[in-house]
Ligand binder design. Structure first.
Ligand code: ME8
Length: 645
């Protein structure tokens, strides 16, 4: 019989900096589901890759004096290396610079143009270079910055092609509200209320201000907007409109797209509309997960707070890292990352609960029976609860894994692990071992434990694929005894099973010593500050610098702004009539700390309104990395209003 198909995708990542633990989350989560579906007997296609075009990459390459391709190649290799280290079982890896992908993008663009869904116009608006996203004025954050990454946006005016997504507002709303495509459901409201209801504006889908992209085949001075280019990977990698592969009819539509929440907009609105325009079947599920946060903010390479997944995998093993990131990410919400959280999780769940359960059980079978259980048994009512819980586990976790509720699934598995540890305390095998007459009872207890471990480890395999085969070796389970179809039944190991003592699965970590060592590894010198590359790319002449008028001033009053948590309203004595400056530094300073301090400000910045208050300038502050901002205070003796240059 032909196998059922399952197609799952991660986003394709920007190779603009090395992969971090946030990228690992989505890739590991998809890997877990892909492995689980393979266990269930599906023919799986698991796709990941890299999204290599765009202005940001072009600028970085220029700064380093290399071609964009030369810039991305080693980073793409690093992504591939990391996936290897993390035990990722992707079937395919797509690069948007691959010829077949370029061909697909060009063909899709032309098809949409021929169908009248793409037309030429003029783009004016705001563009966030790091996010490769266009925004309208009204979408910007309270500081007039990118609503996603909160960095400054630039003005953009150029001839451009537009995609008529406005025509599809009703259709897309109906699709999102009437199907279960977008999960969790709360994100549907977010999409409808924030993007569809306010009015879907046609999307600018080509650029002329840079060249590092897929050229529009019929108008080569334009390159295709990086998001249209990127989204097409999900079908180019199957061979849609190219000859590299022939899997489109086999695997499309996708069963699961997974991304973090910031790009749900593209995957739930733009991607679906493009597919509707192309008359292609629509994917079945999009799971928009939360972020791994670090110090309360989204972890990302460019804010210099990298925790190197290579280092973590080397120190604790990739399975431990996989486990922690999946266990601590609640469904649909954010999770916090710190070295303490990771080590505590490894020690408590993996070393103490699971590792101990395996090593105690195997050690007892070895000690009392020389490794091979005798066949006589002695049942006790005490066994019932454990047997029942272990037998039901597969049915409990299957829908959870299929819906990407991975933390919940792990929680359920570990409830059974804890129950088994409690069962050891209740049955006291060490007492049974002292009494010859209790041997059948002792054999029952150890068999029940081995069976529980068999079921738990079978279900943990997709989460921790390197360690579970070692568990099977220790408990004497043969491959056919840990297949999906026998994980719902108790009693599959032979009665006279033989165990083999083995290595400690998850060594306990001395948390204090480890944290010190990690801190030493993560000195600021090792954290990469990408902005420096951009400085070299954006050199200005002295005349340009001289246009910026910097002056000193004294903060004479300061207050919080009720409607904007991030902002403070400062009254500044500038040696003239005084001015009001609104600054986004409320996270780092209280008004009391600022009053009386002397600062440097940009004196000739055009005034603008921030959350209803006029800001007449900008004070200077240093970004110290790791989310730390420090205002530049100057000497008290410098008169207010002194020019700086
Ligand atoms: O957005 N927590 O690429 P990208 C959890 N090229 N997940 C995180 C994360 C974090 N702190 N940081 C990153 C792009 N991710 C586009 C995608 S797809 C057609 C094009 C993960 O390199 C998460 O999956 O910025 C997020 O959506 C993705 O990396 C963004 O990766």
């Amino acid at each position: 019989m032909e196998k059922k198909k399952y197609y799952i995708t991660t986003p394709i990542y920007y190779p603009s900096g090395n992969p971090h633990i946030g990228h690992c989350y989505t890739t590991v989560a998809c890997d877990t589901i892909a492995r689980f579906k393979r266990m269930q007997g599906f023919d799986v296609m698991f796709l990941t890759g890299t999204d290599e075009h765009g202005m940001k990459i072009e600028q970085k390459a220029k700064a380093l004096g290399v071609t964009p391709k030369e810039y991305v190649d080693p980073i793409v290799e690093n992504f591939k290396k990391l996936w290897d280290v993390m035990g990722i079982s992707n079937d395919r890896f797509v690069r948007t610079t691959d010829d077949y992908h370029v061909k697909t993008v060009q063909t899709i663009f032309k098809k949409l143009y021929d169908k009248g869904y793409i037309y030429k116009g003029e783009y004016t608006g705001k563009y966030c270079t790091p996010c490769e996203s266009f925004w309208t004025e009204s979408q910007l954050d309270e500081n007039g910055c990118c609503p996603d990454c909160h960095r400054p946006v630039i003005d953009a005016h150029e001839e451009a092609y537009f995609l008529k997504i406005s025509d599809f507002a009703d259709k897309i709303e109906k699709f999102l509200t009437e199907t279960d495509y977008l999960r969790p459901k709360s994100r549907v409201n977010e999409m409808v209320n924030n993007f569809i209801k306010p009015g879907l504006e046609d999307l600018c889908v080509s650029r002329t201000s840079f060249t590092w992209g897929v050229p529009v085949s019929f108008d080569e001075k334009h390159v295709v907007y990086v998001w249209v280019d990127a989204l097409a990977n999900y079908i180019s990698a199957l061979g849609y409109e190219n000859d590299a592969y022939d899997d489109f009819s086999k695997f499309w539509p996708a069963d699961m797209h997974m991304t973090a929440k910031e790009i749900v907009r593209f995957h739930s609105i733009v991607w679906i509309i493009i597919l509707m325009m192309l008359d292609l079947p629509l994917p079945k599920m999009l799971y928009g997960h939360g972020w791994i946060n670090f110090n309360g903010q989204k972890m990302s390479k460019s804010i210099g707070n990298v925790i190197d997944p290579f280092v973590l995998a080397e120190r604790y093993g990739s399975d431990a890292v996989r486990y922690q990131i999946m266990r601590d990410m609640p469904y649909g919400s954010d999770s916090n990352f710190s070295n303490e959280i990771m080590i505590t999780r490894i020690n408590s769940d993996l070393a103490n609960d699971f590792g101990n359960l395996v090593s105690r059980t195997v050690a007892m079978a070895d000690k009392y029976f020389g490794g091979t259980l005798p066949e006589e048994r002695d049942y006790d009512q005490l066994d019932d609860e454990l047997v029942e819980m272990a037998s039901a586990l597969r049915e409990t976790v299957t829908p959870m894994i299929e819906e990407a509720r991975l933390s919940n699934a792990l929680e359920e598995i570990f409830k059974v692990v804890s129950r088994a540890n409690k069962y050891i305390d209740e049955t006291e095998p060490w007492k049974l071992g002292k009494d010859e007459a209790s041997r059948p009872r002792l054999a029952s207890v150890l068999y029940n434990l081995l069976e529980t471990i068999r079921i738990c480890s079978g279900l943990l395999f997709p989460f921790m694929p390197k360690t579970m085969p070692k568990v099977w070796e220790q408990i004497g389970a043969k491959p056919e005894e840990v297949e999906y179809n026998v994980l719902g039944e108790f009693g599959k190991l032979p009665a006279n099973v033989t165990v083999h003592k083995g290595e400690v699965l998850f060594p306990r970590i001395d948390i204090e010593k480890e944290i010190d060592e990690l801190n030493a590894l993560l000195t600021p010198a090792k954290t990469i500050r990408e902005d420096e590359d951009l400085d070299k790319a954006n050199v200005i002449g002295i005349e340009q610098f001289a246009e910026v008028k910097l002056r000193t001033g004294e903060i004479t009053a300061c207050e919080k702004m009720p409607k904007a948590k991030k902002l403070l309203k400062l009254t500044v004595d500038d040696g003239r009539q005084g001015r009001q400056i609104v600054s986004g530094i409320a996270k780092w300073y209280t008004p009391e700390e600022l009053v009386g301090k002397k600062i440097v400000f940009v004196a000739n910045l055009a005034p603008r309104k921030l959350c209803g208050e006029e800001s007449q300038g900008m004070i200077l502050a240093a970004d110290c990395g790791n989310e730390d901002i420090k205002v530049l205070f100057v000497d008290k003796d410098i008169p207010n209003g002194s020019p700086i240059g």
